[in-house]
Design a binder for this molecule. Structure first.
Ligand SMILES: NC(=O)c1ccc[n+]([C@@H]2O[C@H](COP(=O)([O-])OP(=O)(O)OC[C@H]3O[C@@H](n4cnc5c(N)ncnc54)[C@H](OP(=O)(O)O)[C@@H]3O)[C@@H](O)[C@H]2O)c1
Length: 310
């Protein structure tokens, strides 16, 4: 079995090659750069593949995304058609996202930025906020990560809503399904968490029109993909005060360019795409298990649906 590995960092690529070699003894695993016989490659394990690279393997049987999203694979205009894609998910990824969402929702809920500002001014300023059941929080996307985030927020006592394409039942969460319910889902939402996949239908969904439907003074947390957000619309909504604060983990260009206005904005918290990184050792074990399962049975539990886009 020849497996080609590519990540944008050469150092990380070699690290993943060595780890997968240890986990899949007997398999021929190499960096894309070191593959001599491209016709022998049946599996590709990639993060943000370079456009055209995957098309150079004529007998490719499966592509593994080193991450939950497959948008970075689908972005390749020369992606070979009909090659199945496996995503990499797992309990660690879900746990980390639960932590990130809880941290930032609580931070907005308790208005920590204002509290820290008061401390800087040596101002003994008590901020009074509603109790969590009187705070409405909405989670867009109720997949692997969104459902877990919504469960966590509900467990913290928030009035929690969730929005997805198909109907879901999650204990303690008021669920909405389909584009026709989006306005009702957004209405009165005070903290919005985006955990949608990046697809044609969701690109640019965090825009002026959507912000306008949230409660005045709402906070927005984007921990899905930068392409969901219309940057200028967020800046305008912050300027008008309709959106009070935002936490952004993902951006159109990563790393976020140093001259981007988000860096210095007093109402924006920037984190460097760390909401839920795959722990490399755990991710390696998941990828090895999925590759073995795919080689033996032609499928595995983490198959993505390329036609659907996630
Ligand atoms: N920041 C980070 O560190 C980080 C880490 C990992 C992942 N991510 C990102 O987090 C996001 C969520 O990942 P995931 O693994 O939870 O995704 P997922 O399991 O594929 O779930 C996607 C959810 O979004 C819903 N959805 C898709 N298109 C929709 C539409 N047009 N309208 C309404 N709902 C729609 C789906 O509805 P159905 O269930 O009805 O299909 C599903 O509930 C992705 O963008 C991923 O790239 C970020």
């Amino acid at each position: 079995m020849t497996v080609a590995v590519y990540l944008p960092s050469e150092e990380k690529t070699h690290w993943w090659v060595e780890m997968l070699q240890g986990l899949l003894p007997g398999w021929d695993i190499a960096s894309i750069e070191d593959i001599k016989d491209r016709a022998a490659v049946k599996h590709a394990v990639v993060w943000r593949p370079r456009p055209g690279d995957l098309a150079t393997f004529p007998h490719l049987e499966v592509i593994v995304s080193i991450g939950a999203g497959i948008d970075h694979v689908l972005a390749d205009p020369e992606l070979p058609a009909d090659v199945p894609i496996i995503r990499t998910v797992g309990d660690d990824l879900t746990q980390r996202m639960r932590e990130y969402v809880a941290l930032h929702v609580l931070r907005h809920h308790r208005d920590m930025p204002r509290q820290l500002q008061a401390q800087a001014e040596k101002d003994w300023h008590a901020i009074v906020v509603p109790v969590a059941p009187n705070r409405t929080v909405g989670v867009m996307g109720l997949g692997n990560l969104g459902a877990a985030a919504a469960e966590t927020l509900s467990g913290l006592g928030f009035a929690t809503r969730g929005w997805s394409k198909s109907e879901k039942t999650i204990q303690g969460v008021e669920t909405y399904a389909g584009a026709g319910t989006l306005d009702a889902f957004l209405s009165g939402c005070e903290i919005l968490v985006n955990l949608l996949p990046l697809t044609d239908a969701t690109t640019g969904i965090l825009k002026a029109d959507l912000f306008g439907k949230l409660a005045p003074g709402a906070c927005v947390i984007n921990c899905a993909r930068g392409g969901h957000l219309v940057d200028d619309d967020l800046l305008a909504a912050l300027k008008s005060g309709h959106i009070k604060q935002a936490t952004l983990d993902v951006f159109h260009i990563e790393p976020l360019p140093t001259d981007h206005p988000f860096w210095d904005h007093p109402a924006i918290t920037v984190t460097p795409h760390v909401a839920s990184q795959i722990d490399a050792a755990t991710g390696g074990r998941l990828i090895a298990a999925n590759l073995k399962s795919f080689a033996e049975t032609g499928t595995c539990p983490d198959m993505a649906d390329a036609a659907r886009g996630y």
